[in-house]
Design a protein around this ligand. Structure first.
Ligand code: FAD
Ligand code: DLZ
Ligand code: SF4
Length: 518
């Protein structure tokens, strides 16, 4: 039997299910570069380079093993520019008895794939993606009947089921969670480590030229391009993190510093999400670093929680809730996204810096995504669908299964509290405590109203007031509403008036220029 085995751009793992029983004597691997995938949201140019270069190098590695790979280039004149069109052409070319594919990371693609068998007249076998610790079925069983899906509970189930960081039935170190010891601001004078970046190899260089030609008006700098694009490079990136980042990961995972976008973070999500690294090997490496005395338990537990906990959990949420999930808008947010999310031109120094890092690297770390751009979108009531499309476009690691729950559930509370027991809403004081952004800002985090007031301060209390109908009954918001109720009514009115004036300026595009600062 001859099989046509489709490998997508985020399935670049040698051991992936569709390749597991490949017969090199008969089977053909199909890889497709498609405009549809590059443009259904207008991805950051570095993200397109990363995915296409990694695909080409993965195809070369398979060929070096003697495997027949049919790789359709983006500029092939016959390319129909969609997965469906290219699978149909490849079926006509190779006349397989069966098409085999691993389930994709996006509902949109899975829905299309389910129609291929009828359309092509060939059986299409869609295999489970077993690169995750938790299967879709296992998550669905855990989620069944729960009205709230708390990550912490799920994470402990995963720890018990995998035995990772477990000492029999007990967590290693006697605690499940070391957050209390973690999450400090950077001490003054601490110089973050130089992080390893990778010079483009000839394949990546050729793709950079291709993307420069074909996607001139997509967001994002093309160069310097510093991501590894093959498995060996991704392993080197992991080694760099283990040595330079992991020991301090826990302490500073929530810290932000201007001009230092990477700090002690993994910078591993692009590799994990396209399959150049597996979650298991990354978790095992971190646990081994602790066992060898190279990283403290609090740091390693904090890191493992991100992968064994958060990453698996958001995937489970995505697949149990789609397709309706994409429409979630529990807070009724309806403001168009301000242009400064693309231009970076705003007087808010924190937002400008995050957009700038994002443009330069297709990367921003978690707290920048959650507490700066995400928090602003939450407080300003920006339409969740627009926010989600932005995050999906601008980050090299953005694939819908992981991006959407983070945006809708975590950043915007648009799922009505399914994921987070209260919104991650914060005023300027949080950003000031955890970063050095405010010192560079035209606004002042200590000023609550009037000239120079930090917009996050105005918008925070305005959000709390305006969303009382939806959040007032939330017990975890109780202290916030008690503070609000103690506030002088005249002060509440001033906040509401000034917040409205700021939002009006935002809607008129006037906050898009540095001169907007008062
Ligand atoms: P580290 O801080 O070093 O964390 C280690 C690893 O843990 C990451 O590589 C990642 O695989 C995993 N991880 C950490 N937090 C999360 C999380 N909340 N959800 C899932 N995995 C997590 N992550 C993506 O991979 N793709 C996205 O499209 C994405 N969009 C996001 C959008 C928003 C609004 C927010 C708040 C978070 C988003 N995240 C996303 C999660 C997180 O911000 C990134 O995984 C992380 O910043 C990647 O950088 P890193 O590898 O240096 O992470
Ligand atoms: C993100 C992306 C881009 C930009 N281009 C391609 C491509 O040309 N070919 C491909 O197979 N995959 C690409 N991808 C990743 C896909 O969008 C991803 O595989 C699907 O969304 C399913 O998760
Ligand atoms: Fe951001 Fe406000 Fe600080 Fe300016 S003052 S950097 S807007 S938090």
């Amino acid at each position: 039997m001859r099989r046509l085995v489709l490998v997508l751009g985020d399935q670049l793992t040698r051991g992936i299910a569709a390749l597991a029983d490949l017969d090199p004597a008969r089977d053909v691997v199909l890889m497709v570069e498609a405009m549809e995938e590059a443009t259904y949201v207008r991805h950051h140019r570095q993200k397109i380079v990363f995915v296409l270069a990694a695909m080409r190098r993965f195809a070369a590695a398979l060929r070096a093993e003697g495997i027949r790979v049919d790789h359709v280039d983006l500029e092939d004149p016959a390319n129909t520019q969609s997965f469906g069109g290219e699978v149909a052409r490849a079926v006509a070319r190779h006349r397989p008895d069966r098409v085999v594919v691993t389930e994709p990371g996006e509902w949109r693609v899975l829905a299309a794939m389910r129609g291929w068998s009828d359309a092509l007249g060939v059986p299409v076998e869609i295999r489970d993606d077993d690169r995750f610790f938790c299967s879709r079925g296992r998550f669905a069983r855990w989620a069944d009947g729960r009205s709230q899906l708390r990550m912490e509970h799920f994470y402990r189930v995963m720890r018990r089921e995998t035995g990772i960081l477990m000492d029999g039935a007990e967590p290693v170190g006697g605690r499940w969670n070391f957050d209390h010891d973690n999450r400090k601001p950077l001490p003054p004078g601490l110089v973050p480590p130089e992080r390893r970046r990778f010079a483009p190899d000839p394949t990546t260089r050729a793709v950079i030229d291709l993307v420069a030609r074909r996607f001139p008006d997509h967001f994002g700098d093309l160069e310097p391009f510093g991501w590894a694009t093959d498995r060996a490079g991704a392993r080197d990136a992991l080694d760099d993190f283990l040595a330079a980042g992991l020991p301090d990961f826990g302490d500073y995972q929530d810290a932000m510093k201007r001009g230092a976008p990477f700090l002690f973070h993994g910078m591993l999500s692009p590799y994990l999400n396209v399959g150049l690294l597996t979650a298991r090997e990354v978790v095992d490496a971190a646990v081994a670093a602790h066992a060898a005395g190279r990283a403290p338990l609090a740091a390693v537990e904090g890191f493992v929680r991100q992968i064994l906990g958060w990453r698996e959990y958001v995937r489970g949420i995505y697949w149990t809730r789609m397709p309706d999930y994409a429409e979630a808008n529990a807070l009724g947010a309806d403001r168009p996204m301000p242009w400064f999310y693309w231009s970076g031109r705003t007087a808010m120094a924190c937002v400008a810096a995050v957009v700038d890092d994002t443009r330069r690297h297709a990367y921003a770390h978690h707290i920048h995504r959650l507490m700066v751009t995400g928090n602003f979108a939450l407080l300003a009531g920006i339409r969740p669908s627009e926010v989600a499309a932005w995050y999906l476009a601008v980050y090299a690691d953005a694939f819908e299964w992981v991006e959407l729950p983070n945006v809708l559930g975590m950043a915007l509370h648009a799922d009505g509290g399914l994921m987070a027991s209260k919104p991650y809403a914060a005023s300027g004081a949080y950003i000031d405590r955890m970063s050095d952004h405010c010192a560079a800002c035209a606004y002042d985090p200590a000023v609550k109203t009037g000239p120079g007031a930090c917009p996050f301060n105005l918008l925070y209390w305005n959000f709390v007031m305006e969303r009382r109908d939806r959040l007032g009954g939330n017990p975890r918001m109780g202290p916030v509403y008690r503070t609000l109720d103690r506030m002088d009514p005249a002060r509440r009115e001033t906040i509401a008036r000034e917040a409205r004036a700021f939002l009006d300026r935002l809607d008129r595009g006037e906050e898009d220029a540095p001169a907007a600062a008062q």
